[in-house]
Design a protein around this ligand. Structure first.
Ligand code: PMT
Length: 401
């Protein structure tokens, strides 16, 4: 299942380091070419010889040891492999990764690596729940680092709680799933819109909405993970661009309209998760509007409905829309699905706690023109995005093995 895949396993200094032996062995048995880099701390828990024997490759520990080939060793390794897995990942390596510290071989490879990175955290539960560790994990997640586990249970320090490294079989399964998924949509072109458009009133003010862009960015990440060539047309947000995704930045609905229509003909899938202003101020004042002490009347004119236009133009494309609703969720969403001629509509009740604008989680229902309906439980936005992606892959006639 991992034949031809090159994986670097980074091992850091925690009691779970002994489990790295099983991970390396399992990856090798599945056909992967396995390389190992250890921190000095890890060598206190498990001998490099064990991992060298199981991986059938030299194990790197020292930054300045005699190079095995004539190239800069850590850069060469970062460029050679298809993925890096850090297991176990201590609180220390997670913190270094979050801020970009490169003070030994493993952390330097991690900073140089442009390939997907997985970490399997393993630490005492108090360290795991410390706000610093949680913040570091959030930073890593936002950079598309895949976090495996941790599990809960008895810990080496004698306590119970979460922070135990996931079992080797689960860690390896995560990699297998990733590589299976990563081939699923190869060759497909996907466009995702995200964020809330801003409609200028004058040089300092605009009409906007509460979209953070998280849902759209998560969808772009999910498609990229599945190997699709992914483009994000994004209204202003603070979010980093997911790894491997091309971003086209826009501000207004009209700019989004032009960017989307230009890209549309070559796309296989378009997902419109952006919150687009239905109206814009008729005038965009060239100078800041002064306070006058009386009511201010602003005339609004309609923006084009991008999704509806795409619904009329589509040929081969799978078109997916969202409906952000505050009442009559399913009826309103079904109405939008018909009017805009989409292949799937994601109904989003934005009044629910932990759902819709700005939140880390979302709860949505998927509606299809044939009357099918799937109600998803509340999940984090990346999980929702992966679910949507798999449904859309099904509409394209692509299914997971
Ligand atoms: O960004 P987050 O903070 O993560 O929040 C996510 C979200 C709530 C913004 C997202 O999940 C969502 O529901 N997006 C759609 C918001 C919206 O504009 O819904 P709507 O019901 O007004 O529009 C219906 C569909 O038509 C949407 O796909 C929209 O992109 C599209 N549209 C709307 C107006 C317009 N002029 N052009 C459009 O293309």
């Amino acid at each position: 299942m991992l034949h031809g895949r090159k994986i670097l396993v980074g091992v850091t200094g925690g009691i779970a380091a002994y489990k790295a032996a099983e991970i390396v062995s399992r990856l090798g048995k599945l056909g992967a070419e396995v390389h190992v880099a250890m921190t000095k701390g890890a060598t206190e828990f498990i001998a490099p010889l064990t991992l060298r024997t199981l991986s059938a490759n030299p194990v790197s520990v020292e930054m300045f040891e005699e190079p095995k080939r004539w190239n800069v060793e850590h850069i060469a390794l970062a460029e050679h492999v298809d993925a890096v897995l850090v297991a176990p990942a201590t609180a220390n390596i997670l913190a270094k990764m979050a801020v970009g510290i490169a003070d030994d071989f493993l952390s330097t490879v991690l900073l140089a690596a442009k390939v997907p990175i997985f970490v399997a955290p393993a630490m005492n539960h108090a360290m795991y729940h410390h706000p610093a560790t949680q913040k570091n994990l959030e930073i890593l997640r936002s950079r598309s680092v895949k976090i495996i586990g941790p599990a809960a249970g008895f810990q080496a320090c004698g306590t119970n709680g979460d922070g135990r490294m996931s079992e080797p079989v689960e860690v390896v399964e995560e990699l297998v799933r990733f590589f299976t998924d990563s081939a699923m949509l190869q060759g497909k072109k996907v466009l995702v819109t995200a964020g809330g458009t801003q409609e200028p009133l004058d040089p300092v003010r605009y009409l906007g909405n509460r979209s953070s862009g998280r849902m759209g960015y998560a969808i772009a990440q999910a498609f990229r993970e599945a190997g699709a060539e992914t483009t994000l047309v994004s209204a202003p947000t603070e979010l980093p661009v997911p790894y491997g995704v091309k971003r086209i930045s826009v501000m207004t609905a009209l700019e989004m309209h032009d960017a989307v229509l230009e890209e549309f003909p070559q796309m296989d899938v378009v997902v419109k998760a952006a919150a687009v202003a239905d109206y814009r101020p008729k005038e965009n004042a060239t100078q800041k509007i002064k306070k006058q002490g009386t009511s201010l009347w602003v005339e609004l004119v309609p923006n084009p409905d991008i999704l509806a236009e795409l619904g009329k133009m589509k040929t081969k494309q799978i078109l997916v829309g969202f409906a952000a609703e505050t009442e009559n969720l399913i009826n309103n969403a079904q109405d939008k699905m018909r009017r805009k001629n989409v292949d799937m509509l994601v109904a989003n009740d934005v009044t629910r706690q932990g759902s819709g604008f700005g939140s880390l989680t979302n709860s949505v229902s998927l509606l299809f023109p044939d009357g099918r309906r799937i109600d998803l439980p509340q999940m984090n936005k990346l999980e929702v995005a992966r679910y949507l992606r798999n449904e859309i892959a099904g509409l394209l006639g692509v299914t997971k093995e």
